[in-house]
Design a protein around this ligand. Structure first.
Ligand SMILES: Nc1ncnc2c1ncn2[C@@H]1O[C@H](COP(=O)(O)OP(=O)(O)O)[C@@H](O)[C@H]1O
Ligand SMILES: [Mg+2]
Length: 511
């Protein structure tokens, strides 16, 4: 060891040198201090212009804060200096924030930590911070860099809320909703269990084939979806599917692609079980069909009945009355001498004439023999004339001369519809003229009846109590045709009946 020796020359020299060294040190220290101050100014300038909050803590109190941190903490800079740093932190976060800061200072933690502060005006803000040990004014201190992340935090919370909302929306939908990627499930809502019997987690990652009846079905629907979704945003169709327990169900499926393009076959599909609805629809259609058949049957029974009564009244009553009249005239010739009796017989004969006419009218009303004997056009011509003479309304009939050979029941149906339109004109229209047209056009028989009366309103047309119009429609429907009624106020009403000829043509063999 080198202990200072006696005051030898070399030692003296040495000492002098050391003394001048001490002076040098003092000079250097002085220089350093002013440099140090410069540096401190620089740091301050940097800190003050920084976009993050910068502070220096000594003895847990703020020694320095930059304007940024002061601003988001809600204090003035000079208010903050001297404040306990902990007092700013939310009570619930104090322990953790302190622990994290200590770990960071010890070099055990490197990632920034997050905590809440309570601002000067009592609001809560989220801060993200790092801390570093430094020397400040010759003493140990902590340099903190902090950022106000309240905005991001709130955005993140909102996003989480949105995600929660999204999944509750998915679960509120009563239909199965699944996401597919190259025909594999990537997500499924809870309703997949109601519709298909599978739990969502049983489906994820597996092939969509699971919910179809066969490989062919699966290929077919995939082709349908992917082809259509290339061109359109959404596509829907009805398709058979399979339940986990094996039974088949009919689903209404609606698919849409995820994103703008159909990349990697990513689509969302909803499945609505419509098996029950389909069954009910079928049942309803079947019972409608039954009703229609019953209605056809009743119509024809009624027509037959009417024809029979008409014939009987006409033939039996008519013939008896004619015989009666002949007998009367025979009697009259014999009784010519007795004036009183002869007058009586003449009056009786007149009465019989009237009765014969009534019988003819009643039987024609029941069922015009013309319809059976000469066909629809003749019957309609007769009906038009009869209508005119009874109501005084001019009736112009333009009936396709070239008679279409219609089936007897259809001819009857058209004739009855025609009668109803004329009755309506007489009862409701207050018209002076009716135009009737019957023609075959575009593979259809078309009957058009137009009056120049007061017109008909939409409400009257669709009124569920308009049994006449409903009856016309029903009759036309039995032959696959339809009736349209239109009218405008004071401009008259037009009824158009159109029936496809295919159903209307007389089938060969039948008369
Ligand atoms: N040609 C017409 N002109 C004006 N109104 C009409 C005409 N035809 C029908 N209507 C109106 O439509 C309603 C329904 O007609 P309809 O079903 O035949 O029933 P109804 O003749 O028994 O009243 C009639 O009550 C009438 O108000
Ligand atoms: Mg009517």
């Amino acid at each position: 060891m080198d202990f200072p020796k006696k005051d030898t020359e070399p030692a003296r020299i040495q000492r002098r040198l050391t003394q001048s060294g001490m002076q040098e040190k003092a000079v250097r220290a002085e220089e350093e201090r002013s440099g140090y101050l410069l540096e401190q100014d620089l740091y301050k300038t940097l800190a003050n212009s920084s976009q993050v909050g910068v502070y220096i803590l000594q003895d847990r109190k703020f020694q320095f804060v930059n304007p940024h941190i002061a601003e988001y903490a809600g204090y003035r800079e000079e208010e903050m200096v001297g404040m306990e740093s902990l007092s700013l932190i939310h009570p619930d976060d104090r322990r953790l924030a302190r622990k994290n800061a200590i770990r960071m200072l010890k070099g055990q933690r490197f990632s920034p930590y997050e905590f809440r502060i309570i601002t000067g005006d009592g609001r809560i803000k989220w801060i993200m911070e790092t801390s570093t040990p430094i020397y400040y004014r010759g003493k140990r201190a902590v340099l903190g860099n902090s950022m106000n992340i309240t905005g991001q935090k709130e955005a993140r919370n909102r996003l989480e809320e949105l995600e929660a909302l999204e999944s509750s929306i998915l679960d509120a939908i009563p239909h199965a909703v699944v996401g597919l990627h190259n025909r594999r499930f990537i997500f499924a809502n809870n309703a997949v269990q109601t519709v298909f019997g599978w739990l969502p987690e049983e489906l994820i990652g597996r092939s969509v084939r699971l919910i179809y009846c066969s490989d062919e079905d699966c290929d077919k629907i995939a082709r349908l979806f992917y082809d259509n979704l290339e061109k359109h945003r959404t596509y829907s169709t009805e398709f058979p599917c399979r339940h986990k327990d094996g039974h088949e169900l009919i689903c209404m499926m609606r698919a849409s692609r995820i994103g703008e393009r159909l990349t990697e076959g990513r689509i969302v599909v909803t499945y609505e079980d419509i098996t029950e609805r389909k069954r009910a629809e079928k049942e309803l259609e079947a019972s409608r069909e039954q009703m229609r058949n019953l209605s056809i049957h009743l119509q024809s029974v009624r027509e037959e009945e009417r024809a029979r009564i008409a014939r009987e009244i006409h033939d039996e009553l008519g013939q008896s009355l004619t015989a009666f009249k002949m007998d009367l005239s025979w009697l009259g010739k014999r009784m010519a001498a007795e004036k009183g009796l002869w007058d009586k017989i003449k009056a009786m004969s007149g009465l019989v004439d009237q009765t014969i006419e009534s019988v003819h009218r009643i039987s024609a009303d029941l069922r015009p023999g013309l319809l059976d004997d000469l066909g629809l056009v003749a019957a309609m011509e007769w009906q038009a004339k009869d209508f005119s003479s009874r109501s005084g309304i001019i009736c112009e009939a333009d009936l396709d001369a070239e008679e279409v050979p219609l089936e007897k029941d259809l001819a009857t149906a058209i004739f009855r519809i025609f009668q109803e339109t004329l009755t309506n004109v007489a009862r409701h229209a207050n018209a002076t003229k009716v135009l009737v047209r019957l023609e075959t056009r575009g593979g259809k028989v078309i009957l058009e009846v137009t009056d120049n009366g007061r017109g008909i309103s939409r409400k009257q047309i669709n009124d569920p109590k308009s049994f006449g119009i409903m009856g016309m429609r029903e009759r036309a429907l039995l032959w696959g045709g339809d009736v349209s009624v239109s009218g405008s106020r004071y401009r008259g009403t037009t009824v158009t009946v159109s029936i496809p000829l295919k159903a209307a043509l007389k089938s060969g063999g039948e008369e």
